[in-house]
Design a binder for this molecule. Structure first.
Ligand SMILES: [Zn+2]
Length: 479
């Protein structure tokens, strides 16, 4: 028997279609060759399989991907498939919420292109973020899809490993799985559906049980990504297995369990206006208090340059605060020109998301300048507020990012972050975290968003609606 050959490729980004920014090739980190293989240490378990690294691309959540960037990445992957083929399988390391200029369903387009090269006999297995938006077209191209089961995501590698294990197992046993897909008419933000708090915790704890029935290989529940205005946006349940009826039942059960708790999804932390959050933080006796500038949450795809919360901190005259961060390349350059200790008057932010922010004029003292992974940073102290400025968009999710700029988060009373829910490291030092429903394009309250293309009815846009899961069973022709 000849050795099994599996190609590895992927394009992963969460694309906010409400963003004024376009994501270009420069925004992606690209892995090829051994660098790509090193991302998947679990591959070592399959000595009899030859894994061929093609291209993996991943970017910070942002705006819609330019057609040119998508074409360039896709062409490289397709050419690699042709050059190094034939392949028995393809592992696709995805996110699942990519939007591309001129394409309604970028992942479906990509998978169909991969399928066209490798043929109907090959198996395609994808790993997804649970914030991916699935469509029936996508499921018609894939043989296997498995998604994260945690948010915040702590099972990224485990999910990738599962996608590869499922693929190898099916190839070894000559299985072509049936898949089932249940779109759930529910739109919830990641903040409302964390798996560390109820009801998300309980619903996701139930995923494992749906993988157990005979004839079911895997099952996943996806919250979806709501800051995109497309017909496929929303929650879904998917399953794959050798028994079509059991596979359909697993997906339907998961979908029903999600639907049953729809009234109970809520923000995991107190959510209020920016002013209310600042007042509450000023009164706190235990610190640090983190305020998530949720409308301009970079990890949800927002530009990250709305200076509104900074403006309000200065208006309130807070005693001490950190803003992490504002993206403004011009301001960073001005800080670098002034040098550490220099005093400057400049405008901050309001240059990218002009609909929600206007440039804020400030006078401050440069406290630090640094270049980290090619991104220029500066800390400008404006009154009693230390403002972290970055030349390129960056999400401050780890303590080290603050520390290398001379800021110790545990010792700061008030820290504003352009996030939604706090990432685990920050949560670990937070005495309290507040969700500021601030101006921006990624409002975590989906009822405040203006949609034109999402499926209706959908909860909670349409509250009085009845719904029952109807699994769409897909069986591909195969070997
Ligand atoms: Zn996610």
């Amino acid at each position: 028997m000849c050795a099994t050959k599996i190609a590895i490729a992927g394009i992963a980004i969460e694309s906010c279609t409400f963003s004024p920014l376009l994501t270009t090739l420069d925004d992606f980190t690209l892995w090829r060759g051994n660098d790509l293989l090193a991302r998947y240490p679990f591959l070592a378990a399959y000595a009899d399989v030859t894994f061929v690294p093609l291209l993996a691309a991943r970017a910070l959540p942002g705006g819609v991907v330019s057609h040119a960037a998508y074409r360039q990445m896709t062409d490289e992957i397709l050419q690699g498939l042709v050059r190094h083929g034939p392949f028995q399988g393809v592992y696709l390391d995805m996110h699942g919420a990519t939007a591309v200029e001129g394409l309604d369903d970028a992942e479906a387009d990509f998978f169909a292109a991969v399928r066209a090269v490798v043929g109907r006999e090959a198996l395609l297995s994808a790993s997804y973020d649970l914030h991916g938006n699935v469509s029936e077209q996508i499921m018609r191209e894939l043989d296997l899809l498995t998604a994260y089961r945690t948010a915040p995501h702590t099972d990224v590698e485990a999910t990738r490993a599962r996608a590869v294990r499922l693929l190898v197992d099916c190839l070894r046993e000559g299985i072509r799985p049936h898949t089932a897909f249940v779109p759930i008419p529910a739109l919830f933000s990641g903040e409302q559906t964390m798996t560390t708090v109820e009801p998300g915790h309980g619903v996701y704890a139930g995923v494992e049980a749906q993988v157990q029935p005979p004839g079911v290989l895997d099952a996943s529940l996806l919250v979806g990504y709501v800051w995109a205005d497309q017909p496929r946006v929303g929650a879904s349940a998917v399953a794959c297995g050798t028994d079509a009826a059991a596979t359909g039942a697993a997906a339907a059960t998961l979908a029903q369990s999600y639907w049953d708790v729809r009234e109970f999804f809520t923000f995991p932390m107190p959510a209020a206006s920016v002013d209310r959050c600042i007042e509450q933080a000023m009164q706190a006796t235990e610190v640090p208090v983190f305020i998530s500038d949720a409308g301009d949450n970079v990890t949800a795809g927002a530009p990250g340059d709305v200076p509104y919360v900074l403006e309000r901190l200065l208006a309130h005259g807070v005693a001490r605060a950190v803003v992490a961060s504002l993206v403004d390349a011009t301001a960073v350059a001005a800080c670098e020109a002034a040098g550490v200790g220099g005093q400057i008057t400049i405008t901050l932010g309001g240059k990218l998301d002009r609909a929600n922010g206007r440039p804020l004029q400030v006078t401050g003292k440069v406290e630090a300048c640094a270049v980290v992974d090619g991104n220029h940073h500066a800390v400008l102290r404006v009154g009693d507020v230390a403002v972290i400025l970055t030349a390129q968009r960056e999400a401050f999710t780890m303590l080290e990012q603050f520390r290398r700029l001379g800021i110790e988060p545990a010792q700061e009373p008030m820290i504003v972050v352009k996030l939604g829910y706090l990432f685990p490291e920050l949560q670990g030092v937070a005495a309290q975290s507040l969700l500021a429903l601030s101006p921006g394009i990624v409002n975590p309250d989906v009822t405040a968003l203006v949609y034109q293309h999402v499926r209706r009815p959908s909860f909670p846009l349409d509250r009085d609606m009845a719904w029952q899961p109807a699994p769409r069973l897909i069986t591909l022709d195969g070997p």
